[in-house]
Design a binder for this molecule. Structure first.
Ligand code: ARG
Length: 458
């Protein structure tokens, strides 16, 4: 015979190889809290509708509390033979409280049980990530405030384009993360429906009260269709997709920080505690933290692909394939949490080397557009102005200086329209201050954006 919880119809016991191959407790044990909460709510409901006695329900709820304690104090012994987190806990419960433990699974299947555990787990994860995201965006806001007047080159094509405020750049990062935050909140809304009651796939014969269970577990309602419920992993895919976007953003920030920390840029210094050295080159201080974040992004994007491909061939309803949803999901959860944590710590510690930022902006003809706009204000059509400034830049380049370093006679040789007031326009500060409207880089606008951000809660 077969001693498993489901062993009744089996003539021989499971091969050791198959046990090892099919177990999931080695990775789904982390669902124990959600599994216990789900079982307790299920037992309470069974008692409420009269399927279980109050005494049995009490024994189940208390027995499960004790199991949670024993897991958290490291005393619980997980067994691969018991396959997964669900059967480990149920078997232990029956050992501890007897008959009543065996009644817990009435009107339920592991299919709706695991779907419930996972939704609760992703919900708990989102609730833990939101405050971390808030620390990151708050850090960016403070850094933006500190560096609102710091001029740096803005880039397009990684070529120096126009001067921008360093603070403006930090607020751009913040916008990316705010969108991620709202995506997490959306994902939470959509997943917050109770699967229990779908049972194996078709529902159950008992007079269950799904809405009561939903209420006990903090769900906003119950899922609509039992077949869909046990087969649906959209919520895990959505979460992994949001996690991928978070990582893509962190990875782009990392790329910029890595460049900025090189001696060639020299825009920032990352404190020693966020860097490591080289085992051979004594002079090296490497930006390992941003590099690792950039590297880990690949894993998280890969996890999303893994889930999409896992689902694409599955007919309704539950298939064991779904057990494979957990390693990629958990890996994305752990990775995105670790990366947000390290960024939350690192952002306030970024030291901006203002002189280098300014010098780079002064070097790259970043105010050439301002000279063209100046000529437009003097009546020249923009296309002609563009041409004049192009030739001015070529002249300055030959001379080896910036256009703001040319004297008035040299500028007037390029266009008669140029007068002494030009210098206020083609200076770095003049260029920055002139972009003075909602969403633009003038330091006054950066400060206005910060004030708005502090007013509206994220
Ligand atoms: N460990 C399984 C999973 O992760 C639990 C559900 C098992 N259901 C089943 N019919 N074998 O999906």
């Amino acid at each position: 015979g077969n001693q498993k919880l489901w062993g009744g119809r089996f003539a021989e016991s499971t091969s050791a190889l198959v046990e090892k191959f099919s177990e999931s407790v080695s990775f789904d044990a982390r669902l124990y809290r959600q599994d216990i909460a789900g079982s307790q709510a299920h037992a309470r409901m069974l008692a409420k509708v009269g399927v279980l006695s109050e005494t049995d329900a009490q024994a189940i709820v208390q027995g499960l509390d004790a199991i949670r304690d024993s897991i958290e104090s490291g005393r619980f012994e997980w067994s691969e033979q018991l396959e997964d987190v669900h059967m480990n806990i149920e078997a232990r419960l029956t050992e501890a409280i007897g008959e009543a433990g065996k009644r817990l699974h009435t009107g339920r299947s592991r299919n709706d049980q695991v779907a419930t555990d996972l939704r609760l787990y992703v919900r708990d994860t989102i609730d833990a990530l939101l405050p971390l995201i808030d620390r990151v965006t708050e850090g960016l806001l403070n850094l933006a405030e500190r560096e609102a007047d710091t001029v740096m080159p803005g880039f397009t094509h990684l070529q120096i384009a126009q001067p921008v405020s360093f603070g403006h750049h930090m607020l751009a990062w913040r916008e990316q993360m705010l969108r991620d935050r709202s995506r997490l909140v959306d994902c939470r809304k959509r997943l917050n429906l109770l699967p229990l009651g779908a049972a194996a796939l078709a529902g159950t014969v008992y007079p269950i009260d799904r809405h009561y269970v939903a209420e006990l577990l903090g769900f906003d309602g119950v899922t609509e269709n039992s077949l869909d419920t046990v087969s649906d992993r959209d919520f895990a895919i959505e979460f992994c997709s949001v996690a991928s976007l978070i990582m893509v953003h962190l990875s782009r920030w990392s790329e910029e920080l890595i460049l900025w920390a090189t001696p060639m840029f020299g825009f920032v210094n990352l404190p020693d505690r966020f860097c490591t050295g080289s085992s051979i080159m004594p002079q090296k201080k490497n930006p390992d933290v941003p590099e690792l974040v950039r590297g880990k992004t690949g894993r998280v994007i890969g996890n999303l692909q893994a889930l999409l491909v896992l689902m694409k061939g599955q007919p309704l309803a539950y298939n064991r394939d779904n057990q494979e949803d957990k390693p990629p999901l958990f890996d994305s959860v752990d990775t995105v949490r670790a990366c947000l944590q390290v960024y939350a710590e690192m952002i306030p510690a970024i030291e901006v080397r203002r002189e280098n930022c300014r010098a780079a902006a002064a070097k790259g003809y970043s105010t050439a557009t301002d000279l063209a706009d100046y000529l437009v204000r003097k009546g020249l059509p923009f296309r002609d102005a563009h041409h004049v400034v192009g030739s001015t830049v070529a002249y300055a380049q030959k001379k080896g200086c910036d256009i703001a370093e040319l004297d008035l006679a040299e500028l007037q040789a390029q266009s008669k329209l140029i007068e002494a007031d030009v210098y206020a326009c083609i200076s770095l500060e003049g260029s920055l201050a002139a972009r003075n409207h909602y969403g633009a880089t003038a330091p006054t606008q950066v400060r206005a954006a910060i004030a708005r951000a502090r007013q509206r809660p994220s």
